[in-house]
Design a protein around this ligand. Structure first.
Ligand code: SF4
Length: 161
């Protein structure tokens, strides 16, 4: 607790392979947040992460090097939520499918910036109306990814056309 992400990666984790640079880390598992370089010195504890609009969650830390695509990782996370949705309530049953459809289209190069805004609106609606935490969870990875990596996501989509 309170150890910084930088220390965890570079002191205890042995750094990033092949001398690659740091791009981001996904903290707390699929329902957690992406943090960019500005988050490297945030302490890994409940209060510090909450102040940073992130969560400790499961405690998982996934470090992404400079070559990783944040939007592709986000796409994998959204597929996971759609697969895990039990279908009992409409906001999550329909919402997870919509999130996947929107980001699949975006990643194929057929989407636009408006799709990213729509993604966020759907996820916020799900947060406010879903019956259990699963449907309330996609909003954090989406908000954090689009907060710090929106332009990168748009650049990525532009290469897919
Ligand atoms: S929010 Fe929970 S109850 Fe509703 S469909 Fe998703 S997993 Fe099922």
């Amino acid at each position: 607790m309170e150890t910084s992400l930088r220390e965890i990666i570079y002191r205890y984790g042995g750094g990033i392979r092949n001398g690659k640079g740091f791009k981001a880390a996904s903290i707390g598992g699929a329902a957690g947040a992406f943090v960019d370089e500005a988050g490297l010195d945030v302490g890994m504890d409940y209060d510090s992460l909450r102040d940073y609009s992130a969560v400790l969650g499961s405690g998982a830390i996934l470090v992404l090097n400079e070559d990783a695509s944040i939007v592709e990782l986000l796409r994998g996370i959204l597929h996971f939520f759609a697969h895990e949705s039990c279908g009992q309530c409409a906001p999550c049953r329909i919402g997870t499918d919509r999130l996947v459809a929107i980001l699949d289209r975006f990643c194929s190069g057929e989407g636009s910036e408006q799709d990213l805004d729509l993604l966020l609106r759907v996820a916020r609606m799900m947060r406010d109306t879903s019956f259990c935490p699963l449907g309330q969870s996609p909003v954090m990875p989406i908000e954090s990814a689009l907060g710090a990596f929106k332009q990168e996501s748009l650049d990525y989509a532009a290469t897919r056309t």
